[in-house]
Design a protein around this ligand. Structure first.
Ligand code: ZN
Length: 100
């Protein structure tokens, strides 16, 4: 049974327990719609990644200062330590954003 089917089934049982005169109450249907829409939104986020993955990407996108290696005359990625070009904004190796 899918999550959507579980939500549908739950609300069906909730509706069946209501007294006959309140069964046409829109409130339960309204809450069910809110739950199904929220569930759909969560499912869309799950398709593109987890919160932990987003946290890592956000950190990678925050520019860090590249360090300059005076001996080899190159810039070094602040995250992975590979040499990077001074005119690039992201490390070719790990994707870390940096500024020089
Ligand atoms: Zn790197």
């Amino acid at each position: 049974m899918t999550q959507n089917e579980k939500v549908e089934k739950y609300f069906e049982s909730e509706l069946s327990m209501l007294p006959e005169e309140s069964k046409d109450s829109l409130e339960v249907e309204e809450i069910k719609d809110i739950c199904l829409k929220a569930l759909e939104e969560i499912q869309q986020y799950r398709e593109i990644g987890t919160a932990e993955e987003f946290k890592v990407l956000k950190e990678k996108n925050e520019p860090k200062n590249a360090t300059f290696d005076n001996i080899y005359d190159i810039y070094i990625c602040p995250d992975c330590g590979k040499s990077v070009g001074e005119h690039q904004n992201y490390c070719w190796n790990c994707g870390q954003a940096f500024s020089v």
